[in-house]
Design a protein around this ligand. Structure first.
Ligand code: GDP
Ligand code: MG
Length: 311
């Protein structure tokens, strides 16, 4: 079993570019107005700041992006819009390089990934897309239906499991999620499954209940599989833009998130929020989702993302 995700099919850059179209078009239009062919001046920098803020990059990240641009401009190192755009892309790529690489593969299987996120963020779909890739790479995969709060959620994972050919451990709706996950950990270990992907509820009666539940689940996993969960991925809906930051902090505080999945980038012009969220939380983005098909979820590459954003 390799610690890495199977390589992305070629052509993902164009998928990423397509998926980022709304954000990219918004940014490009504004940048064209900003640069507009006229020589760069202090006013250009101010308008540039407004353009970046409008893409949901947030004030702190916008300042961090503009810092080297401003310095280069002041020492006359930058004179054209094109050069400025390159500098911005490079800086965004740098800012996205936060956190470390994923943990190496465990000495003994299973590798366990816990998925968190509010309802509708894209957890179940992300699990299915990833499971399909692992299966395609010849790995044995087990899915755990830990979202027992909504009857439809368990069913949805089962439908996906059936479709892609992955076994799903599920209990009745309303069952204790910790019990489902306990069973899934046992089954994964007993069967020598390489990847265990765990779905969780995104809402319980209160947010406090949810966080307590997630802590409990985390403890069960850690107790049943040494070193697990190897990844705790928080799935965020890109269309919520910067609002995702507060949400992410709450999950991170409760269970310690190790990486982010940003889903639904194709549906928003607020794609700049990816940079702001990674910056604010100092958490690495592991995957981005740019559509509903399995090929639309890919490992995140900071430089590629920045290039796609400004291309
Ligand atoms: N356009 C688009 N839709 C997505 C993406 N990821 C998930 N979705 C859709 O978002 C909706 C909610 O996803 P789901 O996985 O059920 O969210 P969950 O409640 O967190 O499990 C579904 O209709 C998915 O098809 C994506 O990257 N792009
Ligand atoms: Mg779900």
């Amino acid at each position: 079993m390799s610690p890495e995700v199977p390589p992305a099919p070629s052509g993902f850059f164009s998928r990423l570019r397509d998926g980022l179209r709304k954000t990219r078009d918004g940014l490009r239009q504004k940048l064209e107005i900003v640069f507009g062919g006229a020589p760069l001046d202090e006013g250009t920098l101010e308008r540039l700041e407004e353009a970046l803020l409008a893409s949901d990059l947030g004030p702190a990240t916008t300042a961090a992006i503009l810092e080297p641009a401003r310095a280069a401009f002041r020492r006359h190192g930058i004179t054209t819009g094109e050069a400025m755009r390159d500098l911005l892309a490079q800086r965004v790529g740098e800012l996205l390089q936060v956190g470390g690489p994923p943990a190496p593969a465990p000495a003994a299987p299973p590798h366990v990934t816990l998925f968190l996120g509010v309802n509708g963020s894209g957890k179940t779909t992300t699990i299915a897309k990833l499971a399909k890739r692992y299966l395609g790479a010849g790995e044995r995969v087990l899915l755990a239906a830990g979202d027992t709060f909504r009857a439809a959620a368990t069913e949805q994972l089962q439908i996906w499991g059936h479709r892609i050919g992955a076994e799903v451990i599920a209990h009745r709706p309303g069952a204790d999620p910790a019990a489902v996950i306990f069973d899934a950990c046992k089954a994964a270990s007993a069967r020598g499954v390489q990847r265990l992907l765990i779905d969780t509820a995104g809402r319980l009666h209160t947010r406090k209940n949810l966080m307590e539940e997630l802590k409990k689940i985390h403890r069960v996993i850690a107790r049943e599989v040494p070193g697990a969960p190897h990844e705790t991925l928080l799935v965020l809906d890109a269309t919520t833009g910067l609002n995702a930051v507060a949400q992410a902090r709450e999950f991170h505080h409760a269970v310690g998130v190790t990486g982010l999945v940003i889903a639904k980038l194709d549906g928003t012009a607020k794609g700049g929020a990816v940079v702001a969220i990674a910056q604010a939380l100092q958490l690495p983005v592991r995957y981005v989702g740019v559509g509903e098909s399995p090929e639309d979820l890919q490992p995140f590459d900071p430089r590629e993302f920045a290039a796609a954003l400004f291309s």
